[in-house]
Design a protein around this ligand. Structure first.
Ligand code: CP
Ligand code: NVA
Length: 305
């Protein structure tokens, strides 16, 4: 039984296999085929923070595969009404897979420690693995072979950036990040990535132009993540020179695409012109959350994982 709490848990070959399943399922869906590969299987969703993409893409993906999903609200009392160990052991007898979005990464780790079914991280403060899988899958759809190409991330070295770095390291994509002082990756995390993927190609800079130069994809995320609202003024000030706008996009490769995990704060980390412009693939990217997660759960609940 496998969990996907971070991309440390998936090898490059496993990611490739998930992408293969994804591509088959996406092609089939376009042809109107929804094979019930997960008939009778049930997914439980536990969310401590709001969500559009993650929640709905998992629920619809599961329905398309012939399975069912249960969005579990506060009334199930996880972490409050009873010990996590009791909660997880009982719940995982009823469901086949759990998706959890938690404020603290430790919460999904604890859930996974006690659950007897696979646990998928639907975003924590540390990691957003499903997002990064969909992002790299999208880049591959746009560009084909990504080896030797660069993904430039402009902004906060947050949960999304951490998972992206790891996804890029796994798939041989150069990762460049431009962030202001105080908002960098922590050294321990970078060391762990390099230990897992010694050939990881990482450029860390303060200069967005240096990061973006020649990139195949330019990526940004909000300056104020969920749960950081109290730091809003300080963060908006710190990131004021880190907006992705048309002038910055011009530094990227001529065929560069623009990516954003969404939701976006238009006019802050990205301008309307870029988000709605011809290089933006954010809608395709959000759509791929569903396709890739279908690939992930078929793989996770099948015989290969
Ligand atoms: N990108 C993403 O995870 O979106 P939601 O917060 O809407 O799930
Ligand atoms: N970094 C953002 C991503 C939202 C999908 C957050 O954690 O709020």
């Amino acid at each position: 039984m496998r969990n996907v709490l971070t991309l440390f848990e998936l090898t490059a070959a496993e990611i490739e296999r998930i992408f293969e399943i994804t591509a088959d399922l996406k092609t089939a869906l376009k042809q109107g085929v929804r094979e019930p590969l997960l008939a009778g299987r049930v997914m439980g969703l536990l969310f401590e923070k709001p969500s559009l993409r993650t929640r709905v893409s998992f629920e619809t993906g599961m329905a398309q595969l012939g399975g069912a999903s249960l969005f579990l609200g506060e009334d199930v009392g996880w972490g409050k009404r009873e010990a996590m160990s009791d909660f997880a052991r009982v719940l995982s007898q009823y469901v086949d897979v759990l998706v959890c979005r938690a404020k603290s990464h430790r919460t999904v780790e604890e859930l996974a420690e006690h659950a007897t079914c696979p646990v998928i991280n639907g975003l924590t403060d540390q990691s957003h693995p499903c997002q990064a899988l969909a992002d790299l899958y999208t880049m591959r759809e746009v560009h084909g072979d990504l080896r030797g190409r660069k993904l430039a991330y402009v902004g906060d070295a947050n949960n999304v950036a951490r998972s992206l770095l790891l996804a890029c390291a796994r798939l041989g994509v150069q990762f460049a990040i431009a962030s202001p002082p105080g908002y960098d990756f922590d050294e321990q995390f970078v060391a762990r990535v390099k230990a897992a993927e010694p050939k990881a190609d990482l450029l860390q800079t303060r200069d967005p132009i240096e990061a973006v130069r020649g990139a195949a994809a330019v990526y940004t995320d909000v300056w104020v993540s969920m749960g950081q609202e109290a730091q809003r003024d300080v963060r908006v000030q710190a990131f004021s020179d880190y907006q992705v706008n048309q002038a910055l996009m011009q530094q990227a490769a001529a065929d560069a695409c623009f990516l954003h995990c969404l939701p976006a704060r238009r006019g802050e980390e990205v301008t309307d012109e870029v988000l709605d412009g011809p290089q933006s693939v954010v809608v395709q990217q959000a759509g791929n959350r569903m396709h890739v997660q279908k690939g992930l759960i078929v793989w996770l609940l099948g015989d290969e994982a």
